[in-house]
Structures are given as C-alpha cells and as structure tokens.
Design a binder for this molecule. Structure first.
Ligand code: NDP
Ligand code: OXD
Length: 317
C-alpha cells in the first residue's frame, strides 16, 4: 500500500525558472515533491508547473488540478499527455501592476521619442524633435483581458486614445472596442502603437506578421507605427518585424518575448537601433505574492469550493 499523506502532495515541475523559493513557500503548508514517486504516484493531488516535463502529469492518477506559475498557459498545453483536470492560471494584482508599468513605460518611450533622445545624448545634440501629445496618439491593445484591459484603463488615464481588440465584444469606458476577424483591419488601421497582450493559442500563433504590421496606421503623428509585444514570442514572426523595420512600415519595436527564448546571441534584434529588448521580464511571477493564494485555492477546493481563474481548455487560455 502507498502511504498517502493526510494532505495530498504537490508536484512542483518547473523548467527555465528556479524552483527553490516556490518549493520553500509551498512546503510550509503541504508536502512537495519534484518528481512522482514511480511510474504512478497516487499521493499527488495538485501540480504547480512552469513548462512541466512532458508526460509527468499523466503519472498522477489522483491529480485534482494544475496550477500555472504564470498568467499564460501555453507552456502547459505543450504537453501531449495532459490529463483532463482543471487548470488554474495566475491572476494577481502585483503581476497585473508590473505589466501595466511595462506597457505604460514602453508606450510613453515611443510617444516621447526616447530613442531619439538616447542617440542625441550620445552625440551631445541639443534638439527638440516633434512631440505629439498623448491625445493625438492611438494605442491599440490586442487582448483586452486581465492585463490588456487594465493597461487600457491606465493608458486612457494618461490621455491616450485607446483601441482594444478581443475575441468577443467588450464594452470599456474610454476604449474603442473591436473584435474577431472582421474587427482586425479597422482596429489596426486606427492604431499608432500596437500593444500585444494576447495568449498564445492555435488561433493567435504567428498573428503578428507582415500583413498585420502593414495594416497599422502609416500616417499617424509619430511618423510611423510602433510595436510592443509582451504577450508571447511565437505570436510574432521576427523576420517580418525586421523586414517591416527595414521597409519603414514599422518605426520602432519594444519586444519582451521572442520566438525562441533566451533570444539567440546572433539574432539581429539585439543590435537593431530601433528595437528595444527585454528578457521576458515585463511581469515576473513572484512566489512571495503567488504561493499563498495558490495554497488557499487548494484548501478551498478540498472543502468543495469552486476553483477561480480557470482556463477554458477549448479556447486554450
Ligand atoms: P486573459 O485571458 O485575461 O486575456 C486574454 C485576452 O486575449 C482576452 O481579451 C481574449 O479575448 C483575447 N484573445 C484570446 N484569443 C483571441 C483571439 N483569437 N482573437 C482575439 N482576441 C483574443 O489573459 P491575461 O491578460 O491575463 O494575459 C495575456 C497574456 O500575457 C498571457 O497569456 C501571457 O502569454 C502573457 N503574459 C506575459 C508576461 C510577460 O512577462 N511577458 C507576464 C504575464 C502574462 P476575450 O476577452 O474575448 O476572451
Ligand atoms: C506569464 C509570464 O505567463 O510570465 O505569467 O510569461
């Protein structure tokens, strides 16, 4: 007989991120393992994962739910042997706040000509380039969910014109809403700074391609459209971004995520003068903020209460 603890075990399966702090905080309330005990481990009831080892979750016959260490869950769906249990993703005030800061920082940098000033400073040039005010600049946010929706509110508060594009229709004060395939072209045509906060799904993979970049407003007040991608790297076609920068259909880009991470040292994006690179750091998951709500959800679920922030498996996010 397997000795099953009174409180079910947690399997912590993490790659590309250090598990230590998650392990320490989770184990304060429940036993945590990093590997199932044998080919089938009935003692594990919850899994907490980031890019879990493929197949590992199918070895847990008593698994009740999977918790993602991030807001995105594409890393979970990459597993071909994913068991059919609820998936909970991160929705947390501190993660949303980080993302809103990142988006506002990058939008303001593009609007206020940050790149030009950085170059001028190196060359000791005293010159004021044209500075269109926020209310003349339209920011278009692809993905109006927890992160995109909150960023939209912050940008309207800063005075920007804000457009949003989502799968289903949304009504948000101060935001012009577009949705679905038919809404994409009018949304892009009305956008000077495109902010991508979509999840990576079968429907969104590769969406930021040449055809999308060409449909952005070319005659806007910034002298050309700008792209900010903080969603997922495989949403974008990097060759198309580089080509659009060369052709001038794209003025500048701020990229936090990449088709392959870490970004290859040979990628021309690193040294492109009109690309700003950050290492998938727009909104990091902080165990100090995220572990307590995860453990609380596990306890509530054990008492028969419903799980919150569930992923829609059919939609893939
Ligand atoms: P949500 O699930 O709350 O929102 C997703 C939004 O995308 C929704 O508005 C949804 O539309 C829209 N959407 C999904 N599929 C489509 C589609 N096919 N066409 C049009 N719109 C679509 O996610 P979050 O806001 O919490 O997170 C978004 C993403 O941000 C994550 O999936 C993750 O990839 C990324 N992320 C990146 C981080 C980083 O550090 N770079 C940190 C955290 C997250 P609808 O509202 O109609 O459902
Ligand atoms: C996330 C991320 O999905 O950090 O939370 O990318």
């Amino acid at each position: 007989m397997t000795d099953k603890p009174a409180t079910g075990r947690i399997l912590l399966s993490v790659t590309g991120m250090h598990p230590q702090r998650w392990y320490e905080l989770l184990s304060r309330e429940r036993p945590v393992v990093l590997e199932p005990n044998g080919p089938e481990d009935p003692s594990v009831e919850y899994a907490v994962v980031w890019k879990q080892q493929p197949g590992i979750l199918s070895r847990l016959p008593n698994l009740k739910a999977i918790f993602s260490l991030g807001a995105g869950v594409d890393h979970i769906f990459a597993d071909p042997d994913l068991p059919d249990v609820p998936i909970v993703r991160v929705v947390a005030q501190n993660l949303t706040q980080y993302m809103v800061e990142y988006v506002c920082w990058r939008v303001l940098d593009h609007q206020r000509q940050g790149r030009i000033y950085r170059t001028q400073q190196q060359e000791k040039v005293w010159h004021e380039p044209p500075q269109p005010p926020a209310n003349e600049v339209a920011v278009g946010i692809m993905g109006l969910g927890e992160l995109g929706g909150t960023a939209a509110r912050a940008l309207t508060a800063l005075g920007f014109k804000v457009n949003g594009w989502s799968r289903r229709p949304h009504r948000m004060e101060g935001v012009t809403g577009f949705h679905g395939d038919e809404g994409l072209t009018p949304f892009l045509n009305a956008t000077d700074i495109l902010v991508v906060l979509l999840p990576l799904t079968a429907a969104t993979e590769g969406i930021i391609d040449r055809s999308v970049l060409e449909r952005l407003r070319q005659e806007g007040p910034l002298g050309g459209p700008c792209l900010i991608n903080a969603g997922r790297g495989p949403l974008q076609r990097e060759a198309d971004i580089l080509e659009a920068l060369e052709r001038g259909t794209l003025k500048e880009a701020s990229l936090d995520v990449f088709e392959h991470e870490p970004l290859d040292p040979d990628s021309p994006l690193w040294s492109h003068p009109r690309v700003f690179v950050t290492p998938h750091a727009a909104a990091s998951s902080d165990p100090a903020h995220l572990v307590a709500p995860m453990l609380a959800q596990m306890a509530a679920h054990d008492r028969g209460e419903p799980l919150k922030n569930l992923v829609d498996r059919k939609a893939g996010y």
